[in-house]
Design a protein around this ligand. Structure first.
Ligand code: FRU
Length: 710
């Protein structure tokens, strides 16, 4: 390069920064006091804060260790903090600011001759929000050479009555900041828009518009840079239309919107369903978070499983009804979301029915509609419904809500048909003056609902059904349970549930919650699926569902009780079966399961404990133990009563990558237990302690993945 060219290039490089004079730091709040600034009031505390103060959400986005945080002693404290006088010597004053949005009460002000010439406030004016400080700046070129002071004012009380400020500088280069209402448009030609997600990044409000009309808003931890994972936004319903993603605010240099990638596949999902912590025969959504099963119903030859889904986050949020279908409850296909959050609120839990007699009038071409019930969890929180004529497309009822708010947080409608009174019954959770209750409403047509009765003592997610005792159709009982699965058995006259038992324990394990049974099950079984709280850190999805459980009432010496057993459809997963010869197994004997290595496994055993104190299964390091002395069953030390039945114990164990579901006493004892199992250990053991047990039958089935056997 010759000298002249080189000089020109150098000059160009300098002029692009305009020979910027160095930045002047007016305050970085890194010392233990505010000196030489002056303080009035209490809100500022004795000196700069070091992040969040007691009772405050996590504060981030500040520079160094200290910042101004007027949450000292909470939102209700007030005060001011004023700088010494300084001369305006640069084009911009840049600063970081966060906290409450309140132009009058919460401000960073620039004063010249005692008059406020610039002012900035925080950005939160409703519950929730974020304590992240944002970069902002003022152009002060018109004030060059003037003497000025900065004043931070907190004159606000109550929610978001505080401000955070840091790193105030004079600079000739406009600091890069946060811009609002950033958009990017696409023509919908692919199935998905892949959205980049960074777990823990600030939540951005992302709005999807189709041809300019708002479809849905979600709170998303958008990745400004490299993504942890990609969340597919299914846009297949809008082929050929103009899609716009609008983000409430983004750093100027954020790559998030530019990175959104249209495609027919989920980005970075080559190992979809084969991820190390993907339950191989437990339903989980392709991406994002799930909690409760919803709208479980058999309709048009398919099982429908809807679920509480955050399609765009690893943690709970953006409650959307995800949707999956199956012919056998074992092999599931995930479909596009069925219900998106709307102006009435996020879509909370509820049930579904087939309206065989078309009482609602939603049926079409002589075919009964599927009707789903959900809670719109806005303010007010109300019960709503939607219907479908094809099991794929869902229309929210124009007359929603069907039940107005009774008290804040009322939720989780479950609907059943009551044949003797020929009416629909809706049970949902209502908290009344601190008491947890279930309310019963009835309706002839699913549209108009009348209060019928209430019962105390049940919390969230009711399940309510009638079942025969010991399969005897002349001895039917009603069962009511809440989200924990504890239940009472009784009678029901179409309006009032009259319990005949106290509260009885349902499942005996951990992290099994909000279970629901399929409505309209063709063979009359009551098949339950629970939310199985399998935490899968590091995966682009989180949580799952339990295996389907056949729920029955059996007569015991104490009265009728529920039993849980794995549905027979799960036999379709058996890839290789080992039947081990009946034997008397004494302590020190060779491990009868020594030859088997299996990752996914079903174990079934029938034995008489005989002299044994304990019969111990070790399934890939999970200890499943029958304590014959105490007649207790346990998984990794988590114990529950498990009586012998006719002197025998029958045990079933299902083991997936994310844990174990173990059953004893023909299903009277069910212990679900999420545990992330180590991939490499495939060994199984069976041994006895204290004496010999008579093993009457022992089967081990190596299972295949449900995701691959479609
Ligand atoms: C139970 C629950 C329900 C609610 C839903 C919200 O897990 O709290 O009561 O409808 O989750 O996701």
């Amino acid at each position: 390069m010759n000298t002249l060219l080189k000089t020109t290039a150098l000059f160009a490089a300098f002029s692009s920064t305009g020979f910027a004079a160095p930045e002047i730091v007016l305050a970085d709040f890194e010392k233990s006091t505010y000196e030489p600034w002056t303080v009035t009031g209490e809100a500022f505390g004795p000196g700069p804060a070091q992040g969040a103060l007691p009772g405050q959400m996590g504060v981030d986005g500040f520079r160094g260790k200290g910042l101004v945080n007027t949450f000292f002693n909470g939102d209700d404290t007030i005060g001011t903090l004023t700088s010494p006088e300084f001369r305006i010597d640069r084009k911009f004053i840049g600063f970081l600011i966060g906290g409450g949005k309140n132009e009058q009460g919460l401000a960073l002000q620039l004063l010249v001759d005692g008059k406020v010439v610039r002012s900035a406030t925080g950005n939160n004016d409703r519950p929730g929000g974020s304590e992240e400080l944002q970069q902002e700046s003022w152009d002060v070129s018109d004030l060059a050479g003037k003497k000025a002071v900065l004043k931070i004012v907190d004159d606000a009380k109550g929610g978001w009555g505080h401000l955070t400020v840091d790193q105030i500088v004079q600079t000739d280069t406009k600091p890069k900041g946060v811009v609002s209402g950033v958009e990017r448009s696409f023509t919908a030609t692919t199935r998905y828009l892949n959205i980049p997600i960074k777990n823990g990044a600030p939540h951005r409000v992302v709005t999807l518009l189709v041809d300019g009309k708002v479809i849905v808003r979600n709170d998303i931890e958008l990745a400004d840079g490299p993504a942890d994972w990609w969340a597919p936004m299914d846009v297949s319903a809008w082929k050929g239309k103009k899609l716009t993603l609008r983000v409430d605010k983004l750093h100027e240099d954020s790559k998030a919107l530019a990175a959104v990638d249209p495609g027919n596949e989920i980005k970075n999902a080559d190992n979809l369903y084969e991820e190390p912590l993907r339950g191989q025969f437990h339903f989980s959504p392709m991406r994002g978070w799930n909690n409760d099963p919803n709208g479980m119903v058999f309709y048009n030859g398919e099982y429908h499983l809807f679920f509480q889904h955050n399609p765009y986050g690893w943690a709970w949020g953006n409650m959307t009804w995800g949707h999956a279908v199956s012919k056998d409850m074992v092999h599931w296909e995930e479909l596009p979301s069925a219900l998106l959050p709307d102006e009435m609120g996020p879509m909370f839990s509820g049930g579904a029915v087939v309206d065989w007699k078309n009482t609602s009038g939603f049926g079409k071409d002589g075919k009964p509609p599927m009707v789903v019930f959900y809670t719109a969890a806005g303010n007010p929180t109300v019960q709503c419904m939607a219907y479908s004529n094809d099991g794929r497309h869902f229309t929210k009822y124009e007359g929603n809500p069907i039940i107005k708010e009774i008290s804040g947080g009322n939720r989780d409608p479950k609907v059943v048909w009551h044949e003797p009174t020929k009416s629909w019954v809706l049970v949902f959770y209502v908290e009344l003056g601190g008491v947890h209750t279930m309310h019963f409403f009835t309706s002839p047509n699913l549209k108009e609902w009348t209060f019928a009765s209430k019962i105390d003592g049940f919390f969230e997610c009711p399940e309510f059904f009638e079942a025969p005792v010991d399969g005897d159709a002349t001895k039917k009982k009603w069962v009511l349970s809440g989200a924990s699965s504890d239940y009472r058995i009784g009678s029901f006259d179409g309006k009032t549930f009259t319990p005949e038992t106290s509260m009885l324990p349902g499942q005996r394990g951990k992290d099994f919650y909000a279970a629901q049974a399929f409505s309209d099950q063709p063979d009359g079984r009551h098949i339950l699926i629970g939310w199985w709280r399998t935490e899968t850190r590091g995966m682009p999805f989180n949580q799952s569902m339990s295996i389907p459980l056949d729920l029955r009432l059996v007569q015991t010496a104490e009265g009728p009780r529920l039993t849980y057993t794995p549905v027979k459809e799960l036999e379709a997963l058996r890839a290789k079966s080992h039947r081990i010869a009946p034997q008397s197994l004494k302590p020190g004997d060779k491990n009868p399961l020594d030859d088997i290595r299996a990752e996914l496994v079903e174990v079934r055993a029938e034995f008489e404990p005989g002299e044994a104190d304990e019969v111990i299964f070790n399934i890939r390091d999970v200890m499943v133990v029958y304590d014959a002395k105490k007649q207790e069953f346990s998984v990794n030390g988590h114990r529950a009563p498990a009586p012998l039945i006719d002197g025998k114990q029958r045990i079933t164990i299902f083991c997936d990558r994310t844990g174990v579901e173990a059953f004893a006493s023909d299903g009277l004892c069910f212990i679900p237990m999420p545990i992330n199992l180590k991939g490499e250990n495939r060994r199984l053991y069976l041994e006895t302690r204290g004496g010999a047990a008579k093993i009457a039958s022992l089967e081990v089935h190596e299972l295949r993945s449900a995701w691959k056997t479609k």
